[in-house]
Design a protein around this ligand. Structure first.
Ligand code: IPE
Ligand code: IPE
Ligand code: MG
Length: 247
Protein backbone atom coordinates (compact mmCIF):
# COMPACT_ATOMS: atom_id res chain seq x y z
CA UNK A 1 0.00 0.00 0.00
CA UNK A 2 1.32 3.44 -0.77
CA UNK A 3 1.65 6.05 1.97
CA UNK A 4 -1.14 8.22 0.63
CA UNK A 5 -3.66 5.44 1.30
CA UNK A 6 -2.45 4.95 4.86
CA UNK A 7 -3.26 8.51 5.88
CA UNK A 8 -6.18 9.07 8.22
CA UNK A 9 -7.66 12.27 6.80
CA UNK A 10 -9.56 12.81 10.08
CA UNK A 11 -6.28 13.22 11.96
CA UNK A 12 -4.29 15.50 9.71
CA UNK A 13 -1.86 18.03 11.14
CA UNK A 14 -3.18 21.55 10.56
CA UNK A 15 0.31 22.86 9.99
CA UNK A 16 3.42 21.17 8.61
CA UNK A 17 6.72 23.07 8.56
CA UNK A 18 9.65 21.97 6.41
CA UNK A 19 13.37 22.73 6.51
CA UNK A 20 14.24 22.17 2.86
CA UNK A 21 17.88 21.13 3.03
CA UNK A 22 20.41 19.46 0.76
CA UNK A 23 20.24 21.36 -2.54
CA UNK A 24 23.98 22.06 -2.55
CA UNK A 25 24.93 18.44 -1.88
CA UNK A 26 22.47 17.26 -4.53
CA UNK A 27 24.23 19.45 -7.11
CA UNK A 28 27.70 18.44 -5.90
CA UNK A 29 26.86 14.76 -6.35
CA UNK A 30 26.19 15.60 -10.00
CA UNK A 31 29.34 17.65 -10.42
CA UNK A 32 27.34 20.86 -10.76
CA UNK A 33 27.38 24.22 -8.99
CA UNK A 34 25.15 24.71 -5.95
CA UNK A 35 22.59 26.85 -7.72
CA UNK A 36 21.74 23.87 -9.96
CA UNK A 37 20.52 22.18 -6.79
CA UNK A 38 18.39 25.18 -5.83
CA UNK A 39 16.85 25.22 -9.30
CA UNK A 40 15.97 21.56 -8.99
CA UNK A 41 14.56 22.14 -5.53
CA UNK A 42 11.69 24.10 -7.07
CA UNK A 43 10.08 20.88 -8.35
CA UNK A 44 10.11 19.46 -4.83
CA UNK A 45 8.44 22.64 -3.57
CA UNK A 46 5.72 22.32 -6.20
CA UNK A 47 5.10 18.63 -5.43
CA UNK A 48 5.09 19.10 -1.67
CA UNK A 49 2.73 22.06 -1.72
CA UNK A 50 0.44 20.19 -4.09
CA UNK A 51 0.49 17.16 -1.78
CA UNK A 52 -0.40 19.32 1.22
CA UNK A 53 -3.24 21.00 -0.64
CA UNK A 54 -4.49 17.67 -1.96
CA UNK A 55 -4.74 16.32 1.59
CA UNK A 56 -6.25 19.49 3.01
CA UNK A 57 -3.38 20.51 5.28
CA UNK A 58 -4.25 24.11 6.19
CA UNK A 59 -0.74 25.54 6.56
CA UNK A 60 2.55 24.53 5.07
CA UNK A 61 5.60 26.58 6.01
CA UNK A 62 8.77 26.27 3.95
CA UNK A 63 12.11 27.52 5.26
CA UNK A 64 13.44 29.05 2.06
CA UNK A 65 16.13 31.46 3.27
CA UNK A 66 17.46 32.00 6.77
CA UNK A 67 18.98 35.12 8.32
CA UNK A 68 22.26 33.19 8.38
CA UNK A 69 22.00 32.35 4.67
CA UNK A 70 22.89 36.02 3.95
CA UNK A 71 26.43 34.96 4.89
CA UNK A 72 26.74 32.66 1.86
CA UNK A 73 28.82 33.80 -1.14
CA UNK A 74 27.18 36.78 -2.84
CA UNK A 75 26.77 34.89 -6.12
CA UNK A 76 24.71 32.19 -4.40
CA UNK A 77 22.57 34.72 -2.51
CA UNK A 78 21.90 36.65 -5.72
CA UNK A 79 21.07 33.46 -7.60
CA UNK A 80 18.69 32.34 -4.84
CA UNK A 81 16.93 35.70 -4.84
CA UNK A 82 16.48 35.77 -8.60
CA UNK A 83 15.27 32.17 -8.54
CA UNK A 84 12.73 33.23 -5.96
CA UNK A 85 11.44 36.10 -8.07
CA UNK A 86 11.29 33.87 -11.15
CA UNK A 87 9.43 31.10 -9.30
CA UNK A 88 6.96 33.48 -7.68
CA UNK A 89 6.11 34.90 -11.08
CA UNK A 90 5.77 31.48 -12.63
CA UNK A 91 3.84 29.79 -9.84
CA UNK A 92 1.17 32.40 -9.07
CA UNK A 93 -1.18 30.91 -11.68
CA UNK A 94 -0.71 27.40 -10.23
CA UNK A 95 -1.32 28.70 -6.71
CA UNK A 96 -4.56 30.27 -7.86
CA UNK A 97 -5.59 27.14 -9.73
CA UNK A 98 -5.06 25.10 -6.56
CA UNK A 99 -6.69 27.73 -4.31
CA UNK A 100 -3.48 28.27 -2.31
CA UNK A 101 -2.79 31.51 -0.48
CA UNK A 102 0.79 32.71 -0.23
CA UNK A 103 2.06 34.26 3.01
CA UNK A 104 5.54 35.21 4.16
CA UNK A 105 7.31 35.38 7.51
CA UNK A 106 10.71 36.90 8.17
CA UNK A 107 12.55 40.15 7.77
CA UNK A 108 10.90 41.01 4.46
CA UNK A 109 12.29 44.56 4.67
CA UNK A 110 15.79 43.12 4.27
CA UNK A 111 15.01 41.61 0.84
CA UNK A 112 16.19 43.42 -2.27
CA UNK A 113 13.48 45.76 -3.60
CA UNK A 114 12.67 43.70 -6.72
CA UNK A 115 12.42 40.49 -4.70
CA UNK A 116 10.19 42.20 -2.15
CA UNK A 117 7.98 43.65 -4.88
CA UNK A 118 7.48 40.26 -6.56
CA UNK A 119 6.75 38.66 -3.23
CA UNK A 120 4.16 41.29 -2.31
CA UNK A 121 2.60 40.98 -5.75
CA UNK A 122 2.25 37.19 -5.43
CA UNK A 123 0.83 37.59 -1.91
CA UNK A 124 -1.76 40.11 -3.15
CA UNK A 125 -2.63 37.98 -6.19
CA UNK A 126 -3.38 34.90 -4.09
CA UNK A 127 -4.98 36.65 -1.11
CA UNK A 128 -8.48 35.46 -2.00
CA UNK A 129 -7.55 31.76 -1.89
CA UNK A 130 -8.82 29.58 0.93
CA UNK A 131 -7.75 25.93 0.66
CA UNK A 132 -4.16 25.90 1.89
CA UNK A 133 -1.80 28.59 3.14
CA UNK A 134 1.73 28.40 1.84
CA UNK A 135 3.97 30.29 4.24
CA UNK A 136 7.44 31.14 2.94
CA UNK A 137 10.04 31.81 5.61
CA UNK A 138 12.33 34.33 3.97
CA UNK A 139 15.22 36.06 5.64
CA UNK A 140 13.73 34.38 8.68
CA UNK A 141 15.30 33.23 11.88
CA UNK A 142 13.73 32.52 15.19
CA UNK A 143 16.21 34.59 17.18
CA UNK A 144 15.56 37.57 14.89
CA UNK A 145 11.85 37.17 15.51
CA UNK A 146 12.17 36.72 19.28
CA UNK A 147 14.47 39.75 19.52
CA UNK A 148 11.95 41.84 17.58
CA UNK A 149 9.08 40.65 19.78
CA UNK A 150 11.04 41.47 22.95
CA UNK A 151 11.76 44.98 21.70
CA UNK A 152 8.10 45.56 20.89
CA UNK A 153 6.92 44.40 24.29
CA UNK A 154 9.63 46.38 26.08
CA UNK A 155 8.56 49.47 24.14
CA UNK A 156 4.95 49.02 25.25
CA UNK A 157 6.06 48.59 28.85
CA UNK A 158 8.21 51.74 28.60
CA UNK A 159 5.23 53.65 27.18
CA UNK A 160 3.05 52.40 30.01
CA UNK A 161 0.60 50.60 27.70
CA UNK A 162 1.63 47.12 28.87
CA UNK A 163 1.93 45.85 32.42
CA UNK A 164 4.70 43.21 32.69
CA UNK A 165 2.46 41.07 34.90
CA UNK A 166 0.03 40.82 31.97
CA UNK A 167 2.57 39.18 29.66
CA UNK A 168 1.47 35.62 28.97
CA UNK A 169 2.47 32.93 26.47
CA UNK A 170 -0.34 34.28 24.29
CA UNK A 171 1.14 37.79 24.40
CA UNK A 172 4.40 36.38 23.09
CA UNK A 173 2.75 34.27 20.37
CA UNK A 174 0.75 37.27 19.23
CA UNK A 175 3.92 39.30 18.76
CA UNK A 176 5.74 36.75 16.60
CA UNK A 177 5.52 36.84 12.81
CA UNK A 178 3.43 33.65 13.01
CA UNK A 179 0.70 35.31 15.13
CA UNK A 180 -1.95 34.35 12.55
CA UNK A 181 -0.71 30.76 12.12
CA UNK A 182 -1.19 27.77 14.47
CA UNK A 183 1.95 26.06 15.78
CA UNK A 184 3.14 23.25 13.49
CA UNK A 185 2.23 19.77 14.70
CA UNK A 186 4.91 18.32 12.42
CA UNK A 187 8.36 19.56 11.40
CA UNK A 188 10.19 17.82 8.57
CA UNK A 189 13.86 18.28 7.71
CA UNK A 190 15.44 16.72 4.65
CA UNK A 191 19.08 15.83 3.90
CA UNK A 192 19.77 13.83 7.06
CA UNK A 193 20.85 16.80 9.18
CA UNK A 194 19.27 16.66 12.61
CA UNK A 195 19.16 20.26 13.73
CA UNK A 196 16.72 23.16 13.80
CA UNK A 197 18.95 25.92 12.33
CA UNK A 198 17.13 28.81 14.01
CA UNK A 199 13.67 27.88 12.71
CA UNK A 200 10.43 28.47 14.65
CA UNK A 201 12.02 27.79 18.05
CA UNK A 202 9.04 29.01 20.07
CA UNK A 203 6.44 27.48 17.77
CA UNK A 204 7.91 23.95 17.63
CA UNK A 205 7.96 23.53 21.42
CA UNK A 206 5.71 20.46 21.04
CA UNK A 207 6.03 19.63 17.35
CA UNK A 208 6.78 16.11 16.20
CA UNK A 209 10.09 16.00 14.34
CA UNK A 210 10.65 13.95 11.21
CA UNK A 211 14.11 13.68 9.68
CA UNK A 212 14.28 12.42 6.12
CA UNK A 213 17.53 11.29 4.50
CA UNK A 214 16.64 12.41 1.00
CA UNK A 215 18.15 15.62 -0.30
CA UNK A 216 15.53 18.30 -0.95
CA UNK A 217 15.41 18.07 -4.79
CA UNK A 218 14.62 14.33 -4.43
CA UNK A 219 11.77 14.91 -1.96
CA UNK A 220 8.35 14.22 -3.42
CA UNK A 221 4.70 13.66 -2.61
CA UNK A 222 5.15 10.13 -1.27
CA UNK A 223 7.89 11.36 1.08
CA UNK A 224 5.52 13.99 2.40
CA UNK A 225 2.78 11.38 2.81
CA UNK A 226 5.23 9.06 4.58
CA UNK A 227 6.01 11.78 7.11
CA UNK A 228 2.30 12.26 7.78
CA UNK A 229 1.78 8.51 8.25
CA UNK A 230 4.69 8.42 10.68
CA UNK A 231 3.30 11.43 12.54
CA UNK A 232 -0.10 9.78 12.86
CA UNK A 233 1.45 6.72 14.56
CA UNK A 234 2.91 8.83 17.36
CA UNK A 235 1.35 9.47 20.73
CA UNK A 236 1.48 13.16 21.55
CA UNK A 237 1.40 13.36 25.32
CA UNK A 238 2.05 17.05 26.10
CA UNK A 239 3.52 16.15 29.46
CA UNK A 240 0.71 13.82 30.46
CA UNK A 241 0.91 10.04 30.86
CA UNK A 242 0.03 7.59 28.15
CA UNK A 243 -2.94 6.40 30.24
CA UNK A 244 -4.33 9.92 30.49
CA UNK A 245 -4.13 10.28 26.72
CA UNK A 246 -5.87 7.01 25.87
CA UNK A 247 -8.72 7.60 28.35
C1 IPE B 1 18.88 24.23 1.27
O1 IPE B 1 19.94 23.60 0.65
C2 IPE B 1 18.49 25.53 0.61
C3 IPE B 1 18.86 26.73 1.35
C4 IPE B 1 19.40 26.78 2.52
C5 IPE B 1 18.59 28.01 0.68
P1 IPE B 1 21.45 23.97 0.97
O2 IPE B 1 21.86 25.05 0.03
O3 IPE B 1 21.61 24.28 2.40
O4 IPE B 1 22.17 22.63 0.58
P2 IPE B 1 23.34 21.89 1.40
O5 IPE B 1 22.88 21.75 2.80
O6 IPE B 1 24.56 22.74 1.27
O7 IPE B 1 23.49 20.58 0.71
C1 IPE C 1 18.55 25.91 6.93
O1 IPE C 1 19.42 25.28 6.06
C2 IPE C 1 17.93 27.08 6.24
C3 IPE C 1 17.04 26.77 5.14
C4 IPE C 1 16.64 25.59 4.79
C5 IPE C 1 16.56 27.90 4.40
P1 IPE C 1 21.01 25.54 6.14
O2 IPE C 1 21.63 24.65 5.17
O3 IPE C 1 21.27 26.99 6.00
O4 IPE C 1 21.30 25.10 7.63
P2 IPE C 1 22.69 24.84 8.38
O5 IPE C 1 23.41 26.14 8.41
O6 IPE C 1 23.42 23.80 7.64
O7 IPE C 1 22.28 24.37 9.73
MG1 MG D 1 22.06 23.15 4.00
Amino acid sequence: MNFRDQINTEKLPRHVAIIMDGNGRWAKQRGKIRIFGHENGVTAVRDTVEAAAELGVEFITLYAFSTENWNRPKAEVDALMSLLVKSLNKETATLNKNNIKLLAIGDIESLQPDTRRELQKAIANTAQNTRTNLVLALSYSSRWEITKMTRELAQQVAQGTLNPSQITEQTISQHLSTHHIPDPELLIRTSGEQRISNFLLWQIAYSELFFCHKLWPDFGKEDFFRAIVDYQKRERRFGKTSEQISN
